[in-house]
Design a binder for this molecule. Structure first.
Ligand SMILES: [Zn+2]
Ligand SMILES: [Zn+2]
Ligand SMILES: [Zn+2]
Length: 302
């Protein structure tokens, strides 16, 4: 029953990501074209940013599909780290595009080649459409993320809200061009470059943590709850690694020595259920391994 729920949940997250991907690619295309045609650096930079939002949607889609793929002979623990690898790749692409944009701006600023954006209905309409899409995507992802308890969707929703704020800046710079003020276009464009670099750094940092097996924070209350089970004396050697998508947890559990194997096994499943219940909101898949030991006054692990 739990399994069928997970499959349905993954299918629903996938649906949200596919819609978002389509919308991102659409706004990226119209912003890049309108930005080039009407000479607004901020508008085409914002288009490039949306293109990367689309590619990170693709990485998320691959991650969701791979996370559902069970372990095999070559990858006993499953395929979760493919997501980490994909995200690090995206972060590299972001850096490269930010540098490329910075190069364009260098020419504009150093060689004094002021680009004069042409005010028109099309650039204004383009950015308004983009703002409407960002607003829709951000609200939609927030609602679905809360319903499906998906940190992936919630993070993307927060990011899209940031895009909406940047778009206000782009709209401002287009309106300024009507009055012959061209510098806001450059300033907003530079803000977008900084935003791209910030995104690249935060994606890299988070995924290096995953790659290097950093341990997610665990509430002490969980261990106390397991230790309060009858016949459980203590929990030690607790280890956890992973992220919001997949987590591996293992620990030792000291039990009353004269329990039967059947009873001890049952207890270990109770402990596992407590842990999974606590982590349900934070993590999609939790793997738990429990090492059972008979209680002795001075327990020493070999
Ligand atoms: Zn974005
Ligand atoms: Zn079992
Ligand atoms: Zn032990």
């Amino acid at each position: 029953m739990v399994k069928s729920f997970l499959k349905k949940r993954e299918a629903e997250i996938r649906k949200v990501l596919v819609y978002t991907l389509g919308l991102n690619l659409f706004v990226a295309l119209i912003k890049i074209i309108a930005g080039h045609e009407f000479h607004f650096l901020s508008l085409s930079s914002s288009g490039l940013e949306s293109l990367f939002d689309g590619s990170s949607n693709i990485v998320s889609l691959i991650a969701i599909t791979l996370a559902a793929k069970p372990g095999d002979k070559k990858h006993n623990y499953g395929h979760h780290k493919h997501e980490t690898l994909g995200s690090i790749f995206i972060s590299g692409l972001l850096f490269t595009s930010a540098l490329q944009l910075a190069f364009e701006y260098k020419e504009v600023i150093l060689e004094n080649k002021i680009i004069t954006g042409e005010f028109g209905v099309i650039p204004v309409a383009t950015i308004l459409i983009s703002m409407a899409v960002s607003f829709f995507v951000s609200t939609y992802e927030k609602r679905e993320g809360e319903r499906l308890k998906s940190s992936l969707l919630l993070a993307d929703s927060a990011h899209t809200y940031g895009d909406l704020i940047l778009s206000v800046g782009v709209l401002f710079s287009i309106i300024c061009s009507y009055f012959g003020w061209y510098w806001p276009d450059i300033i907003i464009g530079i803000c977008i470059i900084l935003f791209l670099i910030y995104m690249a750094v935060s994606i890299l940092r988070q995924n290096l943590d995953d790659l290097l097996d950093s341990s997610p924070e665990m509430q002490e209350q969980v261990l106390k709850e397991i230790e309060s089970l009858p016949d459980v004396y203590n929990v030690h050697h607790f280890r956890a690694r992973g992220n919001a998508n997949w987590m591996q947890v293992d620990f030792h559990m000291l039990l009353t020595p004269d329990l039967s194997l059947v009873e001890a096994h049952e207890l270990s499943h109770k402990a596992e259920d407590i842990l999974k219940d606590h982590l349900r909101d934070y993590c999609n898949h939790v793997d738990v391994t429990i090492h059972i030991e008979p209680y002795e006054k001075e327990h020493v692990d070999p």
